[in-house]
Design a protein around this ligand. Structure first.
Ligand SMILES: Cc1ncc(C[n+]2csc(CCOP(=O)(O)OP(=O)(O)O)c2C)c(N)n1
Length: 324
């Protein structure tokens, strides 16, 4: 792992935490809707993104990851800010950026990722897809159905289960009796590995291996990235009501893990980090100003629900337009 790569990953991790905090604050100021902070998942998101090829591969996020995907294109953050302020343009990230929009309906992104990967294989395309889902989302039928298909079809897909200890207030211990989430892959007939999700380098290596398998035609891999949710589930949550303080205090912070690695390599200075943080702050400010200045036609929200709008949707649209 070169110093250059480690530095670039750390820069994106610092950006991810800052962008996430800024959209959280926008919600508190009444300028954005409910959003889910990335705190604790920076290393696994950035490590995965760096191990992929942004011109060949696709990332299908859940809802926490978009602030960490600068590697795949700067419009990911711009569109995410639009999404958070409720602008319909935030529901789509245009080509050539290969990142799907946030998905709130748990695990529905997994069949999408498998279908896309299978389609790429059928079309003879070289890349793969990578999908993020939470530990809680593995209890959804979509996860099992999609992974079964992925195994049967040898689809070039990497399934990253983000085990952050919680699904809102449900702890991982109440989610499954399996020893870990990686071993669920045995039922689908493909490998599963557990990695330290607070270590960007470990995640990078696991995803790079999984990608090599996928593009070589060897099929899917499940990667369980273990971390701890360092903040609330979303802006609408109060974790002090259920997260044991000792557990939270003992959790590793991925930013600190990577900062230590930078220090060990003699790459870190406080002034350098301060400068990176102020650049990220300015970059975010630009995204927020641009998003808030984007013209909004509220009836646009009806445009992309169905290819052909249903009679009910047509009626709702005309009622809405009559009132506005
Ligand atoms: C199909 C569906 N059921 C329930 C919910 C409500 N819900 C939103 S987030 C969440 C917990 C998800 O936990 P996990 O998959 O572990 O992801 P995390 O938020 O911890 O990253 C639930 C139950 C939903 N969004 N979609």
């Amino acid at each position: 792992m070169t110093d250059e790569l480690v530095t670039s990953m750390f820069v994106d991790m610092l950006g991810a935490r800052l962008y996430s905090q800024r959209v959280f604050n926008l919600q508190r100021q009444g300028r954005a809707g409910t959003n889910a902070p990335i705190d604790g998942s920076e290393a696994l998101v950035v490590g995965a993104a760096f191990a992929l090829n942004p011109t060949l591969d696709w990332i299908l996020p859940q809802y926490r990851e978009l602030v960490g995907l600068e590697r795949f294109g700067s419009d990911v953050l711009d569109r995410y800010v639009l999404y958070c302020i409720g602008h319909p343009d935030g529901g789509h990230i245009p080509a050539p950026t290969r990142v799907w929009p946030p998905q709130i309906s748990l695990a529905t992104q997994v069949p999408h990722a498998v279908g896309l990967a299978w389609g790429m294989k059928q079309a003879g395309e070289e890349g793969c897809t990578l999908v993020f889902l939470g530990d809680g989302s593995t209890s959804e039928g979509d996860f099992y159905e999609a992974c079964n298909f992925a195994g049967v079809l040898d689809a070039p897909v990497i399934v990253v289960v983000v085990n952050n200890g919680w699904a809102i207030s449900t702890p991982t211990t109440s989610q499954t009796r399996a020893k870990n989430f990686a071993e669920k892959s045995h039922a689908f007939g493909f490998p599963g590995v557990t990695v330290d999700g607070t270590d960007a380098i470990a995640v990078y290596e696991a995803v790079a291996d999984a990608r090599s398998r996928a593009v070589a035609g060897a099929g899917p891999t499940l990667i369980e990235a273990v971390t701890y949710r360092l903040g609330p589930h979303t802006t609408a949550d109060d974790p002090t009501r259920y997260v044991p303080p000792d557990e939270l205090n003992a959790a590793k912070d991925p930013i600190e893990v990577m900062r230590s690695e930078m220090q060990r390599r003699g790459l870190w200075r406080q002034e350098w980090e301060d400068d990176i943080v102020s650049q990220a702050d300015a970059r975010m400010e630009k995204a927020v100003v641009a998003a808030e200045a984007t013209p909004l036609e509220p009836s646009e929200m009806f445009n992309h629900v169905y290819d052909q709008p249903t009679p009910r949707l047509v009626r709702q649209r005309s009622e809405f337009e009559a009132k506005s």
